[in-house]
Design a protein around this ligand. Structure first.
Ligand code: KG4
Ligand code: ZN
Length: 336
């Protein structure tokens, strides 16, 4: 089947409200994003109640703006795709309720999208010709997983974090260093003026014969280091901390690729925006003769274009839920 059509994509799983309009699976007619970071920053993380309220306040306006930019109305939309999980329950409900209302009112299909699949599909926006098999390194605020994707619907998780996710490690580390939320961009910025080899933080499970991760000890080690060295240079600590996270990610995913005889590695999720990770992965790929793929930096963190793209895949393959589709706050990557 090769349908043509316009997908309205909606993202509201955490603290970004996103609305995108995708034509025929490739042409992004509009991609709107409203970040709530300023409302959450003073709390050092996302406050679920504030997140739901802010989604509710802005989502209709964002849809209007996206339609206007695309030069169309609701009647031109062929299907509506929204994040059904994982994420914050109240936040997810806003996007899902709005999407189902549009689906019901205009009698068009509703497609529930796994947010994690969305992150992976962000790669196909940048590289439309990309075809499996590949190894995927999913590194977001809540997830760190290595996935072996043999075909679009044939994939398996071959490694994951035993405790904190990579993005969580950045967020918690930034808090210890007195840097702003979200921690990833703050640590990246601070690291620019630091020496990444100045402090040796632990790289847990590196060199072990598995593809699992553990980041909670790293954050504790940073905490103790800063307690014992209150005058330490923040940029050196940030750079060394980033070095520890990035090195272990690069080493694990390349080993996973080698072990599975695959030389294409896709990165996905907010941490894939990290400049140092992109450089180190590129360097290693060059050395090994592998290829690494990263979505555009703006499409690594939460957005609706990736949801529309993953929704497009489901639409093409008739994987369309009815209006009884619920929200699934703990949805795993292995569920479509
Ligand atoms: O994928 P995402 O937008 O949301 C989730 O689905 O979790 O990821 C957010 C995470 C946050 O933990 C944030 O600190 C991290 O991605 N992040 C980064 C960078 N930009 C965002 N981590 C490292 N370097 C960055 N440049
Ligand atoms: Zn995300």
């Amino acid at each position: 089947m090769n349908k043509k059509g316009i997908i309205l994509g909606i993202e509201s799983s955490c603290d970004d409200t996103g609305v995108a309009i995708l034509k025929n699976g490739t042409e992004l007619l509009s991609n709107k994003l409203a970040s709530q970071i300023d409302f959450h920053r003073e709390f050092g993380g996302v406050v679920p109640e504030i997140a739901s309220r802010k989604h509710l306040e802005i989502i209709n306006l964002l849809i209007d703006r996206a339609l206007k930019e695309a030069g169309m109305g609701f009647k031109d939309i062929d299907a509506v795709a929204a994040t059904k999980g994982p994420g914050l329950i109240g936040a997810l409900l806003v996007g899902i309720c709005v999407s189902k209302t549009i689906s019901f009112t205009y009698d068009i299909p509703f497609i529930g999208v796994n947010h994690l699949m969305g992150h992976i599909y962000a790669n196909f926006l940048t590289y439309p010709e990309l075809k499996p098999p590949f190894i995927i390194m999913l590194v977001s605020g809540g997830h760190t997983e290595i996935i072996l994707m043999k075909d679009y619907a044939d994939y398996e998780v071959i490694g994951s974090t035993l405790d904190d996710a990579a993005g969580e490690a950045f967020d918690k580390g930034a808090r210890v260093l007195g840097l702003n939320y979200p921690g990833g961009p703050s640590i990246q910025k601070e690291s620019q003026n630091g020496d990444e080899l100045s402090i040796r933080f632990p790289q847990a499970l590196k060199g072990k014969n598995n593809f699992n991760f553990s980041f909670s000890g790293l954050k504790t080690s940073l905490l103790y280091y800063m307690k014992e060295n209150p005058d330490a240079s923040i940029c050196n600590a940030a750079a060394s901390y980033q070095y520890a996270v990035v090195n272990v990610i690069v080493e694990k995913v390349f080993n996973a690729a080698r072990k599975n005889g695959i030389n294409k590695i896709l990165f996905a999720g907010g941490v894939a925006a990290n400049n140092n990770l992109r450089i180190k992965a590129e360097e290693k790929a060059k050395k090994w003769g592998y290829r690494v793929y990263f979505p555009a930096v703006s499409e690594c963190t939460d957005n609706a274009a990736m949801i529309a793209k993953a929704g497009w895949y489901k639409y093409q393959n008739n994987l369309i839920e009815g209006l009884d589709c619920n929200v699934y706050p703990s949805l795993s990557v292995s569920e479509l």
